[in-house]
Write a protein that binds this ligand. Sequence first.
Ligand code: SF4
Length: 354
Amino acid sequence: MADIEKTLLDLDREELCSWVKEWGSPGYRADQILEWVYRKGVYEFEKMSNLPLRFREKLARDLPVTRSKVLDWVQSVDGTQKATVELADGEIIETVLIPEPDRQTLCVSTQVGCAVGCVFCASGLYGVRRNLSAGEILYQFLIAVERLAREGKDRLTNLVVMGIGEPLHNYSALTRSIGILNASWGGQFGARRMTVSTSGVVARIRQLAREPWSVGLAISLHAASEDLRQRLVPGRGIGTVADILEAGREYHLHKGRRVTVEYCLLDGVNDSPEEANQLASLVGGGSFKVNLIPHNPVEGLPYRPSRKHVAEQFRSVLDRRGVPVTLRRPRGEGVSAACGQLRVLSMEPGGHGS
Ligand code: SF4
């Protein structure tokens, strides 16, 4: 994987203080910089008027705020907006902003490509190219905040890590970016308004449960039977259905937040009443709620969304068995949102906590 040069967004407050002091400036300069970046949304050092000129020049040369840039924003008819972002090494990622009447949700990517290779997903077609740095993850948050402010819209209310990539395969950058987003000197964004979505990296789910902040957890299951699951989500390092759900239950126990099980309904593949019953047996007991997602077809792949009445039947099986379940309408059509993004587009309003 490419070695990406550090930017200011990659550093926490302590590290920035050390940099600043190493350059012979007092530590409080770090707080002044952070204030410009995270409070005022200013990323050009020349505009940071309370910093000495020579210091600003040095920062601009040696520690730019970011090396990423937005190539464009496109908007679908339902208001969903997708930013295409170019990273320092020319790689491209996507970030999606989903406006709803009661909230504004941002869906961020954590990798270029994805190693999990879900068979119905465009992002996993070519494997993973590299992990994003914490700064590259945070940049997506900052451009969304800026976009909403510029359009005079409501502030960002939710952040979901469900874009391109398996977030738990990039654990250290993910947790660093969550820490910075959550910090009082950083994004000041509540952990309870963030959700991490995984395809089932069991050891990392357990590790996440021990982190100090209580982010929401979503597990993309897409199948109840082990055979089918292995066919649909073949990635290495992903646990069995039983192990994944056990880790999910532990997460619920530790954090007191009910875990969302995401299930993308594929016509004739995983949408039978038998599969629904099996799923109900696995996720009963109060630790989980199920989010049924209408599949958005990907060009060149043979999967179609379940028919409406089949999807409804699947939902009602779970409902009858007492499992909290939501079947959502598709969003983001026309902006070719990636698979992971479609997962978020179908999340239920009101957050993902229990
Ligand atoms: S659905 Fe998510 S986990 Fe699966 S290949 Fe696509 S990006 Fe990766």
